[in-house]
Design a protein around this ligand. Structure first.
Ligand code: DGL
Length: 272
């Protein structure tokens, strides 16, 4: 395996571009190949068996590109299929749960950590199990926030928007009442609601972005495996999706935090 090979990043859809944004910042010399399963999104409301089957197909597609590492940017995949991918993939793998849990345990002062994600992520208790394995004394409060996903996809993210504010208050009130001082944004979409979440939770609650923590962790793994790329120029990322890329650019730009100028190729994921 050459250090010149790409890092494969995948997600149930376009949300994982919020992690790609962090990868491009933390590892600018690395080539990124991204697959977003836009034809089958969302994963967060699906069964464990379906999510695991989709995750295997998504990673088979990336392996065809000889990637040197695979990253599940999706909170749902990381929670429900992480064990399977870690055991079976022939290249280093990380999801978002472990790097994020590690940081949360390190930064909490009162030992009360909140976790928000899709229904599948919260029902798997992946974060709770990981956090309490790292530090048995922490108290973990989990909350599924399914309405956050369509809010973000429809651009309803302004911190002053009455709809955004009321949905945030509805979901996060129980966590605020418990006095969490650290909140894990355990879904690709939630960093886009960061300002509204910050306003509601207050300045003393640390918000942990799973995409950023995962990019930092991936850099450590590649360094340890002697797979960090040392090329000089920044390579262009490649983007693949499973539904038509028409109308893709505006939502993609939202997650990527800049205009989506790259070509996007549609593939048949059922063939993998
Ligand atoms: N990417 C998913 C996650 O991070 C959110 C969207 C979905 O439900 O597929 O959990």
């Amino acid at each position: 395996m050459s250090s010149e090979n790409a890092i494969g990043v995948f997600d149930s859809g376009l949300g994982g571009l919020s992690a790609v944004k962090e990868f491009l910042r933390v590892l600018p010399q690395e080539k990124i190949i991204y697959f977003g399963d836009t034809g089958r999104v969302p994963y967060g409301t699906r069964s464990r068996d379906t999510i695991r089957k989709y995750a295997v197909q998504d990673t088979n597609f990336l392996l065809k590109h000889n990637v040197k590492m695979i990253v599940a940017a999706c909170g749902t995949v990381s929670s429900v299929a992480g064990d399977l991918l870690r055991e079976t993939l022939p290249v280093p793998y990380t999801g978002v749960v472990n790097p994020t849990a590690y940081t949360a345990v390190r930064v909490t002062r009162n030992g009360k950590i909140g976790v928000i994600g899709t229904a599948a992520t919260v029902n798997s208790h992946s974060y709770k199990l990981r956090l309490q394995k790292l530090e048995p004394r922490v108290k973990v409060y989990e909350q599924a926030c399914p309405l956050f996903v369509p809010l973000v996809e429809n651009g309803v993210i302004d911190r002053c928007d009455i709809i955004t504010m009321s949905v945030v208050a509805r979901y996060l009130s129980p966590l605020k009442e418990q006095g969490v001082d650290t909140l894990i944004l355990g879904c690709t979409h939630f960093p886009l609601l960061r300002e509204a979440i910050h306003d509601f939770m207050g300045p003393n609650v640390r918000l942990i972005d799973s995409g950023l923590e995962t990019a930092v962790y991936a850099a450590k793994v590649l360094g340890k495996e002697k797979l960090l790329c040392t090329r000089f120029e920044q390579p262009q990322p490649e983007f693949y999706v499973s539904d038509t890329p028409d109308g893709f650019t505006s939502v993609a730009g939202l997650f990527l935090g800049r205009n989506m100028e790259h070509a996007v190729t549609q593939i048949d994921i059922e063939a993998y």
